[in-house]
Write a new protein. Structure first.
Length: 130
């Protein structure tokens, strides 16, 4: 992947948290084609209603909120899986066409397609005989 297209931002949101739950940095896979950069984030427990993707200036932030279902007649004795929210930020370069970014979520996996701007796509130069 070109380091010009997408960069990880270490700082998770500087804003104050309203919910009193743990917040995790989701693991992501990023791959690049000639046409776009794809970001696949694992966010177990989120769906299209509980995930947000925001773009402000060059900062792309993904966040997800997991609803904790507690049953009245039982309590957790042991758990190896922690439940919490997710948040992660990336810095975009001018190579990304911001108007064409699209996102889908299925089974707790967020998939972002970040199309490259026309100026960033590779071009083949036609050679003419002299």
């Amino acid at each position: 992947m070109s380091d010009k297209g997408l960069q990880k931002t270490e700082n998770v949101s500087a804003g104050e948290r309203i919910r009193n739950v743990k917040t995790f940095v989701p693991r992501v896979d990023i791959y690049e084609t000639k046409e776009a950069i794809f970001l696949i984030a694992d966010m177990p427990g989120v769906d299209e209603k509980s995930v947000e993707v925001e773009l402000e200036k060059n900062n792309l932030t993904i966040s997800g909120h997991v609803n904790i279902d507690e049953e009245k007649d039982r309590s957790i004795v042991y758990s190896e899986y922690e439940i919490g929210d997710y948040e992660r930020s990336f810095t975009l370069s001018d190579e990304i066409d911001r108007d064409k970014i699209c996102a889908t979520v299925k089974d707790g996996v967020l998939r972002l397609e970040l199309p490259k701007a026309e100026k960033a796509k590779p071009k083949k130069i036609t050679i003419k005989a002299a």
